[in-house]
Design a protein around this ligand. Structure first.
Ligand code: SAH
Ligand code: SF4
Ligand code: F3S
Length: 464
């Protein structure tokens, strides 16, 4: 029989949704009286919040979990949560008999109940296909006191043929706007300055609840009015659902940052169709052009997959050319990885691993050149930075621009949590390096927090 745990260890793999789910789970456990430890060996409850999106991510976790069966700390309770839990369910016990519970992404609120079952000597599994109950987001133990993730929609209805997410996270379920607004107001009262709205496709917000009569841009409008929240970000957007209204909201709402993660995935229409991305390259380019017309200083991010089944060199070059033309400031590049249960898994994974790797490297080199060009263009300009923390070099502070570019500058730690104007003087790799500018827009001496307790609406939207 296992004893009631006192200390928990929680490791998170995967995306921001998992990070937020981990913060909620940590909140539930702390409420139960458990203390968090960063040392696996000290814990009597070990939780692994897993990712299933690519084979490598999944294999890493499997290896880690396998090793736990032979470690001397046999009496600890071991639980698997996250997307692997949904993908594998109770089958995980066959390979990993030392696990005590498997808790899916739609069952986080059942964590206490599952622990109680384990304490009664059972192996417990909860993996519901649909998200039902609101989570205790307000009880979440936040990793950061300035920036908070806020869930607005869970699940995905898009079913791209390569992707496991619609199967692991289930159908789209929007969260009531009143609940989101109430959470964000409380975050503002607690001193949070930036929120990042999370969903696999935030632009689908409200579509599953037509009677609410609210869309994503309406939600942005509501949140922009909350005093104290200086910046609003969001991710991810499916290109098909990015509307003109959203573009105008980015332009018009002072706190909404000019950064859109706009994943292209591939540049060839044949591959896009096979991926079931439901847009053509031309439609995507048109949307980018419209967005750039409405929000000229917008920064764009993308995800791209190389080596999708049957992708030819010419088709890859279309992806390469799209990257060259659009000049994304942020890019996450992946080699295709077959995932069980997805339609693409039934097709032969015929692009050799070395070819995938070569395409990935070419794309990465191109992206590095684009970033270097953008950083050079930024020299001499001024940017607004939300000061986040002390940088690796303790004489420097670190933060991000509205366009999500990392920036460091020499400064006093008392500036953490404030918005500052930084003049860019150099850069190293992706990071901009600058100096604090004397306040141009409000009175206040250099080095004194300029905007404490005020809104940024008086600020020009300088965006790198
Ligand atoms: N909802 C988001 C992201 C989901 S997963 C979106 O649609 O943009 C993050 C990224 O992982 C995807 O955008 C895709 O580029 C990549 N990805 C998903 N499944 C993959 C697979 N089987 N192989 C390689 N990359 C994959
Ligand atoms: Fe996956 Fe596509 Fe949904 Fe993104 S939109 S989570 S890539 S199925
Ligand atoms: Fe991974 Fe699940 Fe996120 S598969 S990327 S943790 S939605």
């Amino acid at each position: 029989m296992k004893e009631s745990p006192k200390k928990f260890f929680l490791r998170t793999y995967g995306c921001q949704m998992n990070e937020l789910d981990s913060e909620v789970m940590a909140g539930i456990l702390q409420k139960r009286g458990l203390e968090r430890t960063e040392e696996e060996s000290e814990a009597d409850l070990l939780l692994y919040n897993t990712c299933w999106v690519r084979e490598l991510a999944a294999r890493k976790v499997m290896g880690k979990l396998g090793k736990l069966g032979t470690s001397p700390k046999k009496n600890a309770i071991i639980g698997v949560t996250g997307c692997m839990a949904n993908a594998k369910g109770g089958k995980l016990f066959e390979k990993l008999p030392h696990l005590d519970f498997v808790l899916g992404t739609n069952n986080i609120q059942d964590l206490n109940a599952v622990l109680d079952e384990v304490l009664l000597g059972k192996q417990a599994v909860r993996v519901d296909p649909l998200f039902k109950e609101e989570l205790d987001y307000e009880g979440a133990q936040r990793e950061n006191g300035l920036k908070a993730y806020v869930s607005i929609i869970r699940g995905c209805d898009k079913f791209c043929t390569y992707c496991c997410v619609p199967y692991t996270r289930g159908k789209e379920v929007s969260r009531p706007a009143a609940s989101i607004v109430s959470e964000v107001k409380k975050l503002a009262e607690q001193g949070f300055k930036e929120i990042c709205l999370l969903g696999q496709n935030v632009n689908s917000y409200g579509k599953d609840q037509p009677e609410w009569n609210i869309r994503f841009h309406d939600l942005l409008c509501l949140l922009d009015q909350i005093p104290g929240i200086e910046r609003i970000r969001f991710m991810t957007s499916h290109p098909v659902d990015i509307t003109r209204e959203l573009m105008e909201a980015i332009r018009d709402l002072p706190s909404v940052c000019e950064f859109v993660h706009f994943p292209l995935q591939a540049g060839s229409n044949r591959i896009l169709k096979k991926m079931h991305r439901i847009y053509t390259k031309e439609q995507y380019f048109e949307k980018v052009a419209l967005l750039r017309e409405i929000v000229p200083d917008v920064h764009l991010g993308t995800d791209m997959i190389v080596g999708f089944p049957t992708e030819t060199e010419e088709e890859f070059l279309e992806t390469y050319e799209a990257m060259e033309e659009i000049e994304y400031s942020t890019a996450f590049l992946f080699a295709y990885s077959p995932r069980s249960g997805t339609p693409a898994k039934r097709w032969v994974d015929d692009v050799k691993e070395e070819v995938k790797e070569d395409r990935l490297h070419r794309l990465l080199r191109l992206h590095n050149r684009i970033v270097t060009k953008q950083r050079n263009q930024a020299l001499g300009s001024s940017v607004e930075v939300l000061v986040d923390k002390v940088a690796k070099d303790p004489l420097y502070l670190r933060g991000r621009t509205r366009g999500w570019v990392q920036c460091i500058f020499p400064g006093d730690p008392s500036l953490i949590g404030t918005l500052q104007t930084i003049k860019i003087e150099s850069f190293s790799h992706q990071t901009l390096i600058g100096t604090l500018q004397s306040c141009e827009f409000k009175s206040g001496a250099k080095g004194i927090p300029m905007f404490a307790g005020s809104s940024t609406s008086a600020l020009p939207k300088i965006c790198l």
